[in-house]
Design a protein around this ligand. Structure first.
Ligand code: PEP
Ligand code: MG
Length: 320
């Protein structure tokens, strides 16, 4: 079966009721992007650029970054590539930035908050990104957005730099929805974004106040908690009024049961580990999206817990 799945992995995946779901891949570097393309990914849904900045004495210069971003685009044929701006702070540190030690780094100056303070670092990265070709296959994504103004500030910076570089085109610009505030205000963020991508790892951590790294909480920090699902639902609804596509790039997108709940809630794209692309596409082809959406509403009305919901989803997927 795995072989049959791989053979059709390069074709677009539509549900039984004919909803196209893009299945993209999460990557750390161009080598991963090559694997993602081989695996049949419809694009890169998240390139975590911070890996380029780690294990180094200093930040990579513009040309070093440009080469790596260009390689990622070159690996993906005609597909588009979402590159996330540096998401440092919290669990990922850089020695050369000498960030102050704070008691709660996950709630501190991380992601876009940090980049707003280190404008020079952000400028080098944005210039490197704006140097890749073709620009219409590049999408820039901003992590840890809490309010629309943060995204607007990055867009304004892109405008200035693109002007200096005499560029005609602009890459699309999107926001990660991984803070509950962003999910609650997704309608406002969607107004100024070209796309949204839900980071379920952090969204789950921040919604449930459960450290994603804490092994004692690993069994309970479940994306299928009704509170997290409500925030995802709100995000999809908030974005739909602005015709802003919504993806998911957290681990839930490739989770054997949770991906189906995400599709039922109306997301347009799932970004998963390259090795999961074929299996997730195969699952989508079996799925009656509208039917699962109806069942999911019933289950959520019954007020079952996340473990029970997981069992029901598993049963549903097996019975199809
Ligand atoms: C997330 O938070 O879900 C996410 C995709 O980003 P990261 O895991 O890199 O924090
Ligand atoms: Mg995150």
């Amino acid at each position: 079966r795995a072989m049959a799945e791989r053979e059709v992995a390069h074709e677009a995946a539509r549900t039984q009721d004919d909803v196209l779901i893009e299945v993209c891949a999460n990557v750390a570097d161009p080598e991963d992007a090559r694997l993602a393309h081989e695996a049949g990914a419809d694009g890169i849904g998240l390139m975590r650029s911070e890996f380029l900045f780690m294990a180094r004495q200093q930040a990579p210069d513009q040309e070093t970054q440009r080469e790596i971003y260009q390689q990622a685009l070159d690996s993906m044929g005609a597909h588009s590539v979402i590159i996330r701006t540096l998401d440092i702070g919290a669990d990922k540190q850089l020695d050369y930035l000498s960030l102050p030690r704070v008691p709660n780094p996950a709630l501190g100056t991380r992601g876009v908050r940090l980049m707003a303070r280190h404008q020079a670092l952000l400028d080098v990265q944005l210039r490197a990104l704006l140097s890749v070709r073709p620009l219409d296959r590049l999408r820039i994504m901003v992590p840890m957005v809490t309010e629309a103004a943060e995204l607007v500030a990055v867009r304004e910076r892109i405008e200035v730099l693109a002007g200096e570089m005499n560029l005609e085109g602009r890459p699309e610009l999107g926001a990660m929805i991984e803070v509950p505030a962003a999910a609650l205000c997704a309608d406002r963020i969607a107004r100024v974004a070209d796309f949204l991508s839900i980071g379920t790892n952090d969204l789950t951590q921040y919604t449930l106040a459960m450290d994603r790294e804490d092994p004692d909480l690993a069994g309970r920090a479940d994306v299928l908690h009704p509170a997290v699902l409500r925030l995802i639902d709100l995000t999809v609804k908030g974005a739909s009024g602005h015709r802003c596509p919504v993806g998911v790039c957290g681990a839930a997108a490739g989770d054997p049961q949770a991906w189906a709940a995400l599709v039922a809630l109306g997301v347009d794209e799932l970004s998963v580990e390259p090795a999961r692309v074929a299996a997730v596409k195969a699952g989508i082809r079996q799925l009656d999206r509208a039917a699962l959406a109806r069942r999911l509403r019933e289950w959520l009305d019954e007020a079952i817990d996340s473990a029970t919901l997981r069992q029901r989803l598993e049963q549903w997927l097996n019975d199809q």
